[in-house]
Design a protein around this ligand. Structure first.
Ligand code: GAR
Length: 196
């Protein structure tokens, strides 16, 4: 039998990308199962979205641990309990450290609301508008030790709605909710197998 790929979603915010991925899994557009939602922000809205599903939700705050390594080792323990094969960052606003990168080489994916390498980090849409660019976009990439760096898997350009961050953000999110599931599906199909 073709077993579904096991994904953990890491998120720090509203969780609309989590929800889009979860829908895609349920509707068979993404041949995967989200087996864990992990947040570093227990009060974030993604927790409420995830609690409407049967998916295990874990909220772990880094400040509860003596070091980043200890934090990631705790995460790793939970990821292994759930046999997680892929990690999808969906608005997870924290750098991934060596512990997780070593455990999931080329198995951690991120989505970012800009045409990378432009406008990394927080508020990429605000940065694009402040720079006066006419076109921004969405990037899906494999995660390395940098901030929003790593091999690019997919990019879509999105026109900036002049002077309107809100409308630009809405246009970007509409694209995100399509491009993330499609890119993960391609990645999973071409890289089956189990994590190290
Ligand atoms: C998304 O726009 C995602 O691209 C961005 O956070 C938002 C999360 O939205 N990620 C980054 O900026 C990563 N550097 P969501 O919580 O509604 O999915």
């Amino acid at each position: 039998m073709n077993e579904k790929a096991r994904i953990a979603v890491f998120a720090s915010g509203s969780g609309s990308n989590f929800e889009a991925l979860e829908n895609a899994c349920r509707e068979g557009e993404l041949d995967a199962e989200i087996v864990l939602v992990m947040t570093d922000k227990p009060a974030s809205f993604v927790v409420e979205r995830a609690r409407l599903t049967d998916i295990r939700v874990v909220a772990l705050e880094p400040k509860a641990f003596p070091s980043k390594q200890a934090y990631e080792e705790a995460l790793l323990g939970i990821l292994r309990e759930e046999d997680v094969e892929w990690i999808a960052l969906a608005g997870y606003m924290r750098l991934i450290g060596p512990t997780l990168l070593a455990a999931y080489p080329s198995r951690i994916v991120n989505i970012h609301p800009s045409l990378l390498p432009s406008f990394t980090g927080k508020d990429a849409i605000g940065q694009a508008i402040a720079h006066g660019v006419k076109v921004t976009g969405v990037t899906v990439h494999l995660v390395d030790a940098g901030m929003d760096t790593g091999p690019i898997l997919a990019q879509v350009a999105v026109p900036v709605v002049e002077g309107d961050a809100e409308k630009t953000a809405q246009a970007i999110q509409r694209i995100e909710h399509v491009i993330y599931k499609e890119t993960l599906q391609k990645l999973i199909l071409t890289n089956g197998g189990v994590h190290s």
